[in-house]
Ligand binder design. Structure first.
Ligand code: NAP
Length: 306
């Protein structure tokens, strides 16, 4: 199966590439904005592609003729999306329109990554049938993208995920890595005790997408970790797993954090559909912390050997 992955240099993109490559059943084309792939494996073909550019998107997709396109590219900095709205719209919505259009021309299935931030966080955790109502600009762009995909006529899956943790090559810091950075420096870390979500090991999302590919599933899927908890609780779990002083974690109310974009408070997912229809079992926090440790160690060694 020929699969084109956008955002292949991002955190989830990297995990997807690793997993699909290991499976051996896929002919992959990796794409990202950078000149070079983060992967040095010569069998992993790479093309530079900014999804905002219609010309680049058409050129690459017409040439490779993928059977499936997985869009893991997005502007993911929620606060930046709030202030740089035009840029956020271009990457998260207009770019998806370009991809879906090209997808239609070559007859490819489309898999779009989305987020729990399409919900307002008033009464989570949410299942796939709940009505979205985003409260920040990032969430609005991601919901617009979902709607573009759903109304396109192209066979699709929308994979909503949330609160990812994991480490990759030069990947953007996620909450877990920021907490660890702070703990290593011996600095206190303020974290919301009133924002609820499911911390999710990024590799589990890649695995869910593999299942969708293998089973040729369509529709919306909520893929998230098995435990619903506050971000402060998650930070305490990290401190414990990595043997740091828990007192450095300062549980705080969202209102005092003064984050630029509004955050859904009672968010999170019910993941029953993914469990039953995809057979997906996600990683416990305890196990996830061990995986995170080994990923951090692996990439540290890679950087030291560069
Ligand atoms: N991380 C989370 O907690 C989380 C939660 C829910 C949903 N998601 C969704 O999961 C997907 C993957 O997220 P992630 O965590 O892997 O984020 P990430 O590490 O920030 O990766 C996103 C990648 O998209 C690329 N990108 C941005 N705009 C682009 C454009 N115009 N053309 C091509 N590439 C572009 C970025 O490249 P540059 O470095 O060039 O900007 C980056 O490498 C996204 O759709 C995100 O919305 C993530």
């Amino acid at each position: 199966m020929r699969v084109l992955i956008t955002g292949a240099n991002g955190l989830l993109g990297q995990k997807l590439v690793e997993l699909l490559f290991r499976c051996g059943n896929f002919e992959l084309l990796l794409t990202a904005r950078q000149e070079q792939s983060v992967f040095e494996e010569p069998m992993l073909k790479y093309r530079t592609m900014d999804i905002i550019s219609k010309r680049e998107v058409r050129g690459v997709i017409d040439e490779f003729e993928p059977e499936v396109i997985i869009n893991a590219a997005a502007m993911t900095n929620v606060d930046l999306c709030e202030t740089e709205r035009a840029q956020a719209w271009q990457s998260n919505a207009a770019g998806v329109e370009n991809l879906v259009y090209a997808s239609k021309l070559v007859g490819a299935k489309f898999i779009q990554l989305s987020t729990d931030y399409v919900f307002d966080g008033k009464n989570g955790p949410y299942d796939e049938y709940e009505r979205p109502n985003p409260i920040n600009y990032y969430g609005k762009t991601k919901l617009a993208a979902e709607n573009i995909v759903r109304s396109s006529g192209v066979p699709f899956a929308v994979v909503r995920t949330l609160f990812l943790y994991g480490a990759g090559v030069r990947s953007r810091a996620n909450v877990a890595l920021r907490i660890l950075e702070s703990l290593v420096a011996g600095q206190p870390y303020k974290v919301a005790d009133d924002q609820f979500s499911n911390p999710t090991l990024v590799d589990d999302v890649a695995f869910g997408i593999l299942k969708i590919l293998e089973m040729n599933s369509t529709g919306i899927f909520h893929i998230g970790g098995p435990k619903w908890m506050s971000k402060a609780e998650f930070a305490l779990r990290i401190a414990k797993a990595f043997d740091f002083d828990k007192k450095l974690i300062l549980p705080t109310k969202t209102a005092t954090l003064k984050q630029v974009a509004a955050r859904p408070l009672r968010s999170g997912f019910i993941t029953l559909k993914a469990e039953t229809s995809l057979g997906l079992k996600t990683t416990s926090i305890e196990q996830g912390m061990l995986v995170l440790k080994s990923q951090i160690q692996h990439f540290k060694e890679e950087v030291e050997n560069e």
